[in-house]
Design a binder for this molecule. Structure first.
Ligand SMILES: [Zn+2]
Length: 291
């Protein structure tokens, strides 16, 4: 495979339209959880399947994390989007059914959490098909949102997602407002609800013997999240969180997340919405503007 390194915008999506949030809100908060469970450890490293302690980081999702996150959402009266790999739904159906029963949105997050690789299009498309099949058979759900496992994407995959009925993606890091993807040929893709990497809890709270590093506690994470949220709010953007039950479902981190969400709730003029709700709002604005 040769690579086209000619200078051009590598994301051909048009400029973000002006955004008016519902109910007079100044900004939006999108609470997204990635329910990777063990797939975070075996999807890109299959030999880890025989390392029970390594995969037990992900096993925390099913034993503790998902239930504690659902408890928190219930306490605060919030609805979130749970991006769930098909493998997770098949391996832990009871825990995943609880997410559906509580009224949360289920999003697509691949099947085995394989990093989308443009040199392996067939594998990437198979991950999409198998993810849909697993979520349908385990949970009776056909998701409309997609977050790329390991946060990668490429043009053919965006087109495949759109063709498969995916209305929005939430992986890119190039804006603070939702926008509509476009192909280089002018074709339209799904809506993007961009993420803010500062709200990926994995950065602060997940290390292992294979990936040693510094863990960051409340004094680092909570002020960073509040400052970033406040500035995004002032700019009228969407604060998109990339959370993992195996990280933010841990005791100390659960309290950091709880305090952050209470800060946002106390703000009052923030529209806290699922990815599907944000996408429907974006689509309505598009329709109203005649696009
Ligand atoms: Zn993930």
């Amino acid at each position: 495979m040769t690579f086209d390194l000619s200078p051009r915008p590598l994301n051909p999506a048009p400029k973000t339209p002006k955004m008016i949030w519902p109910n007079g809100a100044r900004s939006a908060l999108f609470i997204g959880f990635d329910v990777d469970a063990e797939t975070a450890w075996i999807g890109n490293n299959p030999s880890n399947v025989d390392r029970m302690v390594t995969t037990s980081h992900g096993g925390y999702d099913a034993r503790v994390g998902i239930a504690k996150i659902l408890e928190l959402m219930d306490e605060l009266g919030l609805k979130a989007t749970f991006f769930t790999p098909g493998w997770t739904a098949l391996a832990h159906p009871v825990q995943c059914e609880a997410m559906v029963a509580a009224g949360h949105e289920i999003g697509h997050h691949g099947f085995l959490h394989k990093l989308p690789d443009r040199t392996k299009c067939d594998e990437a498309f198979e991950e999409i098909d198998r993810g849909f099949e697993a979520l349908q058979s385990a949970l009776g759900v056909r998701p409309v949102g997609y977050r790329a496992p390991s946060g990668e994407n490429f043009p053919e995959l965006l087109a495949y997602l759109k063709k498969s009925g995916i209305r929005y993606s939430s992986s890119f890091r190039d804006d603070i407002l939702p926008y509509r993807h476009a192909g280089a040929d002018g074709s339209t893709g799904p809506v993007e609800i961009p993420v803010n990497f500062a709200f990926d809890d994995w950065n602060f709270g997940m290390k292992s013997r294979m990936s040693p590093g510094t863990l960051f506690g409340r004094e680092a994470v909570l002020p960073l999240w509040i400052d970033e949220f406040e500035a995004t709010h002032a700019w009228g953007g969407v604060t998109t969180m990339v959370l993992h039950p195996q990280v933010s479902g841990r005791p100390m981190r659960w309290h950091i997340l709880r305090d952050f969400l209470k800060h946002v709730l106390n703000k009052g003029n923030v529209w806290i919405a699922t990815g599907a709700q944000i996408t429907s709002h974006f689509e309505a604005l598009e329709a109203a503007s005649g696009q």
